[in-house]
Design a protein around this ligand. Sequence first.
Ligand code: ZN
Length: 343
Amino acid sequence: MRALVLEAAKTPFRLTTMPDPVAAPGEAVARVMACGSGLTIQHVKAGRQQIPFPRVIGHEIAGEIVEVGAGVTGLAVGDPVTVHFYLFCGHCRHCLAGLEPLCENLQGQVGKACDGGYAEYLKLPARNFVRLPEGLDYKAHPAEAAVIADALATPYKVLRRGRVRAGDFVAVFGAGGGVGIHQVMMAKWAGARVIAVDIARDKLGACRAAGAEHVVDGAEANLVEALIDLTGGRGLDVAIDYVSSGATLDSAARALGARGRLVTLGGTGLNSQIALDALRQAEKELLSSRYVSRAEIIETLEIVARGEVWPLVTEIRPMEEAEELHELVEAAKVTGRAALTIA
Ligand SMILES: [Zn+2]
């Protein structure tokens, strides 16, 4: 099969041929049609996150099952599928409770601990494949179908973590990013009044198009006051921080109203500090959120299949242009998501 291989961090992709994977018992193989090219995997390519090399990266996948190993049930050749990003065990107490990202026996992630979707075929434990629903035209839109399992499902899960209700004022910090803009979309879908915050002014128009009622330049000197003013003085009900720097966390916490919820995720992974005084005076809550369950992927796929939201994929390239595409991702020049078509 053709595959894009990274031999090491900070090196270009090598488009080469590798042996086709073969499904062992409990595994399945999918033919990959498209794979998302988000910042999560660019972090690996740029060396900001360490993984074993050589590696085929990529975890946002749309494809079709071509082989199932012995003992696999519930998955058949020809099934259209996407992929759960985490290599969870499926039988620990957290997996059984539908909290797969918290698996006690986590074996890493697809495209990091094992080869991922930047290749014609992908072999994984069968439980990692999630069938695409009827009504989702993955053949016409493989790139959009591919990114749902992370770029849209992650925001869907965050709505639950933050207990977002219709009419809530929800601010999204880092709203111009690949997942941030889908968070704007999903919060709007949930009936929230959405405020998009980003320092990238060129992305604020897209945030408005995605459903933001207000857009705010994150570099504004009086950011907290500006956010509170936009809520009519009551403060935010929910702040979702995809930057999660000390500065954004502090602004988000202070702009929350009574019993407001601050959800932190994304960012550089570096330690950030938050002042407790910003939270304690009004029973505000600090929450984190880590990826999604299989059920949350299924639910998000169905929302898309019903036509209620549609992923924003603005750069779709063939495998030969992977390097160029990742340069755009690194330079934050992509609005929404980028993806590769795999053939
Ligand atoms: Zn588990």
